[in-house]
Write a protein that binds this ligand. Sequence first.
Ligand code: THU
Length: 168
Amino acid sequence: MKTINFNITALEAEYHELSEQDKALVDAAKNATRNSYAPYSGFRVGAAILLDNGTVITGSNQENAAFPSGTCAERSACFYAAAQHPGVPFKKIAIAAWPSGKEPSQCTPQEWESLFQALPISPCGACRQALLEYENKYSDIQVILFGREKVYIFPSIKSLLPFSFVEF
Ligand code: THU
């Protein structure tokens, strides 16, 4: 027997270090948190997917009184993108979380900005699996996880989901 490693490597950056294209994608994910429906958790999440044709698709978490019926921001963006733009590869996804429980429209722009998570959140296993399907069908999807203090950039979904189930 021997030990084998499945390593995860990411880039750590600050928002101001991102390219203009990546800043715009992060901004789209942040703005998408406004459309979140999260009356049960108070935890708003936004996702923005850049398609290969330059289109940006956003999604947000949509909760439901029957809890498992709700869905995460990443899957809402992913399935909308695939349904509306079949055959178009995903290039990047940006994700941002606004966990305050407040009503965004009641906040000043400064307060709204300050209430994003300082550190990034990471997509859940189900969202990684859903995104992986499109990555395997097309090409690597870069993942940009926004935090006010740190931004993490992963080169692909598979880097976040090593040793994944891919086919049967
Ligand atoms: N959530 C997302 O939308 N994306 C994630 O990456 C993690 C969690 C949502 C699900 C639920 O509506 C709320 O955040 C609290 O878990």
